[in-house]
Write a protein that binds this ligand. Structure first.
Ligand code: VGL
Ligand code: ZN
Length: 237
């Protein structure tokens, strides 16, 4: 029997309309899909991971940290090793300790029912490093947005999430969340790279750009991942 973990990527107020700082179009439409996946009578997840984009103020991905660059521009920046790379700049979002960084309340309440099967993964907490994938984050028990920010350690070579999933005998991950073209995509690519059987539930995600969402799905499928429920095909249950 496959043992599948559910990964809820960044279902946080700043990615949700109407008020999110980086609201993903139609992002709220994923909430009932997630509610269905969290229905204990139908599913029995041994592990549920909820990731949280969790930036300090003045994070490197914020346009406000690079005047005069504007949000959604893609300037080339220089990393700590002196190499140039392209960084998409965002409005300030998911700042540690703010409501925008909090996981949406309904999801928070629904996952609580699963007790210690649930773990939170926080990422993007290093001020100088962008981190889209949940596999780049660190595990925490904290779920309340009022929790003080954690001053996390540098990451070990193996992703803490990979290790935790393997320790729990997980071989398959089912991924939903926001945004399909950034953090969901990156999380799926990490999962494939770490040899997990990787399944994306299309109705449970939305992209910042729907054409980029399509490209992301094609890339993931090309690497052996599965995207179920595209174009209202249904049948993913
Ligand atoms: C995300 C842009 C910046 C995401 C996070 O969750 O997809 N996108 N930070
Ligand atoms: Zn971010």
């Amino acid at each position: 029997m496959p043992k599948a973990a559910l990964i809820l990527v960044d279902v946080q107020y700043d990615f949700l309309p109407p008020d999110g700082a980086l609201a993903v179009p139609n992002g709220r439409e994923i909430l009932p899909v997630i509610e269905g996946l969290l229905n204990r009578d139908e599913w029995d997840w041994p592990v549920i991971i909820a990731s949280q984009d969790y930036h300090p103020p003045k994070h490197i991905s914020f346009a406000s940290s690079h005047p005069p660059h504007e949000p959604f521009s893609k300037p080339s920046l220089t990393n700590a090793n002196g190499e140039e790379y392209e960084q998409t700049l965002w409005p300030d979002h998911c700042v540690q300790g703010t409501i925008g960084a909090a996981i949406e309340k309904g999801v928070r309440h629904q996952i609580k029912v699963w007790g210690d099967r649930v773990k939170i993964v926080r990422k993007g907490s290093n001020i100088g490093i962008e981190a889209y994938s949940a596999f780049e984050g660190y595990l925490t028990e904290a779920i309340d947005p009022a929790e003080p920010p954690s001053d996390h350690e540098p990451q070990p070579a193996e992703s803490p999430l990979t290790r935790d999933l393997r320790d729990n005998g997980v071989d398959t991950v089912v991924i939903v969340g926001l945004a399909s073209d950034f953090c969901v995509k990156s999380t799926a690519l990490s999962a494939i790279d770490a040899s997990f059987r990787t399944i994306l539930v299309a109705p449970g995600m939305r992209g910042i750009s729907s054409s980029d969402e399509r490209d992301a799905w094609a890339k993931i499928e090309g690497l052996g991942g599965l995207v179920v429920g595209k174009e209202g095909q249904g049948g993913w249950e």
